[in-house]
Design a protein around this ligand. Sequence first.
Ligand SMILES: Nc1ncnc2c1ncn2[C@@H]1O[C@H](COP(=O)(O)OP(=O)(O)OP(=O)(O)O)[C@@H](O)[C@H]1O
Ligand SMILES: [Mg+2]
Length: 233
Amino acid sequence: MTCVQKCRTDEESRKTVFTILSMSKVIAILNQKGGVGKTTLAVHLATAFARGGQSVLLLDADAQGSALDWAAARQGEPLFPVIGLPKASIHKELPALTSSYDAVIIDGPPRVHDVARSAIMASDLVLVPVQPSPYDVWAAKEIIDLMNEAAVFRPSTQMAFLVNRKIVNTAIGRDVAEALSEYPLPLLKSAVCQRVAFAESAAQGLTVFDLDPEMLASQEVDLLATEVRELVA
Ligand SMILES: Nc1ncnc2c1ncn2[C@@H]1O[C@H](COP(=O)(O)OP(=O)(O)OP(=O)(O)O)[C@@H](O)[C@H]1O
Ligand SMILES: [Mg+2]
């Protein structure tokens, strides 16, 4: 697991990997625990995909409507549409809604089990953001149980943990990786660090790419998007 400390612009690899993505892929960001960064990561992954020239739909499966609020706060031309579907029928309705998109990102709800289960059944890949805290590691059991239930209906869905809000230059990221290895899900190599730019940009319906596409936060999201694309290709 690495956080970007200093690296080159990943423009080349971004474009190369985008070409691999040729059919609609559904990626859900889910965790029953609240406040782990589901919406932040969903909005940023969707943006990274769209910046690479892919047609993207962001589906807000949370009745709080945070991704919809983010889209409403944004000025100017949106990079991708955001629709709300906080229902347990996502897996039934999604294929008809999304066939024209290269990628669909689902921003999952906290707590609501039936909607989350439906999102898992709709997805090629489920990412579970986990903050480097023992509370998040313990709480992950809940989503694992839900995934086991959903896997009966869709065994092909891939699932992985993703560390969000990693604190730069601390051992805590390594500790969380070790703690998560107790669970039967892999951990993505990419991690997203604790960076104030994520919170600052969200308030205006922006992303870290709008602040500076070369900043470390943007580079981290690009590396994450590249890893995700490779997984679903
Ligand atoms: N990597 C990060 N660095 C700094 N702040 C972050 C990061 N990721 C998320 N945040 C902040 O953490 C808070 C919670 O994030 P977010 O709303 O994305 O979580 P969530 O899992 O979608 O929450 P909910 O369960 O309520 O839907 C927000 O204020 C967001 O700006
Ligand atoms: Mg949210």
